[in-house]
Design a protein. Structure first.
Length: 132
């Protein structure tokens, strides 16, 4: 079973296009979860988990930000979108975006270029390059 405490979900900035398709929204979650799922223990906390989605006639933009604490981690992990990921309607992969995941003094950053190439940095040093 799973227990939620002080759990809030807020959906704002709903935007629909002329055909009543969802064209944008912001969802924010916060609270704690504890218990077990499929026999595995859960003891986690979210602080302002926020997803922002927007689309236009050319593509979709998505950004995510959250602070996560889990019993198996020593402290909080922060996920922050520096620049929204952008996926054109004609593409299978994003062609722009930047996200950082940090904990304590360390961070991992992923940058997506217009050719869908992804560069991964660890504490600002290039760690990995994925060329499509």
């Amino acid at each position: 079973s799973l227990s939620l405490s002080n759990f809030n979900m807020v959906l704002t900035d709903l935007v629909f296009d002329t055909y009543y398709n969802l064209a944008g929204a912001t969802m924010t979650l916060a609270g704690s979860a504890s218990g077990a799922v499929d026999g595995g223990p859960i003891d986690s906390e979210l602080d302002n988990f926020k997803i922002v989605f927007n689309s236009d006639s050319y593509g979709e933009f998505v950004s995510i930000s959250v602070k996560i604490r889990d019993a198996c981690l020593d402290g909080w992990i922060t996920v922050k979108t520096e620049a929204p990921t952008y996926t054109p309607n004609w593409a299978n992969c994003p062609t722009a975006g930047e996200m950082t995941i940090s904990s304590g003094e360390d961070s991992i950053k992923a940058k997506i270029k217009s050719n869908s190439e992804i560069t991964v940095f660890f504490n600002e040093d290039i760690l990995y390059l994925v060329e499509i």
